[in-house]
Design a protein around this ligand. Structure first.
Ligand code: 13P
Length: 252
């Protein structure tokens, strides 16, 4: 049985006091509620990772980073390495988010390097894929997602691929209030699982968690998560308020 996951991607939001408050509220919820077969992950800005791992101690709350360097260590001003993340108790890292592809020009090749180095240091990649609006309108969305997976994660050996989470995030749905319909999400998730099946076989395909991201909130999460191939969500804006994020967790 595969794991359901609800992950919050805070992006570049929250000053220290707000972060402290939000993490404490989510940690309290996770501490006081049995969440069967569901992992809750928060991905705050890296500056708050130590705060998050401290507050998450002795709870089932996991901490993820939003980015890591494709380099191992050394003279790379401003970067954070996979080894550093591992040493701080970080379990996950978002890789391939469309905002990093767009604003930081991260290529398929760099993303493949990031995936490799994360796995080397026992950090589970949450690998994001998804098409732009014109690509969907031109009915290229399946090809785009296939290429993203082929170029950055399908080089992995099966044993490594099993330590990876996929997030389908149609770019037109991110931060727009326009969510993919449950049917659109299910269609793409099923397609992705089919690609994993072709590459790695049935067992790996069936055990891979595939998350949906893009304007997922407390009102639409239940309908999205009800789909057989949607194993949870990667939540942006709606992960910034404890009560809303908790409602999303309760929707799984
Ligand atoms: P929103 O939930 O704000 O649309 O963002 C989704 C996202 O990009 C998560 O990584």
């Amino acid at each position: 049985m595969r794991t359901n996951i609800v992950a919050g991607n805070w992006k570049m939001n929250k000053i220290f006091e707000e972060a402290d408050d939000l993490i404490a509220n989510i940690a309290d919820f996770v501490r006081n509620n049995e969440l069967e077969n569901t992992a809750v992950i928060i991905c705050p800005p890296s500056l708050y990772i130590e705060l998050a791992t401290d507050l998450a101690q002795e709870t089932e709350l996991y901490v993820g980073a939003q980015n890591l360097s494709n380099y191992e260590s050394g003279a790379y001003t401003g970067e954070i390495s996979a080894a550093m993340l591992e040493s701080m108790g970080v379990d996950y890292c978002i890789i391939g988010h469309s905002e990093r592809r767009k604003y930081f020009k991260e290529s398929h090749e760099v993303l493949a390097e990031k995936v490799n180095i994360a796995l080397k240091y026992n950090v589970t990649p949450i690998f994001c894929c998804g098409e732009l609006l014109p690509e969907r309108e031109a009915a290229q969305h399946f090809d785009i997602v296939k290429t993203q997976l082929e170029q950055s994660v399908f080089h992995l050996k099966e044993g490594d691929f099993k330590n990876l989470v996929i997030a389908y995030e149609p770019v037109w749905a991110i931060g727009t209030g326009v969510t993919a319909s449950p049917d659109q999400a299910q269609e793409m998730h099923k397609y992705i699982r089919g690609l994993i099946n072709d590459k790695y076989g049935k067992e790996t395909a069936e055990s891979s968690s595939i998350l949906y991201g893009g304007s997922c909130n407390a009102n639409n999460a239940k309908e999205l998560f009800a789909n057989p191939d949607v194993d949870g969500g990667l939540i942006g804006g709606a992960s910034l308020k404890a009560d809303e994020f908790i409602k999303i967790i309760q929707s799984i």
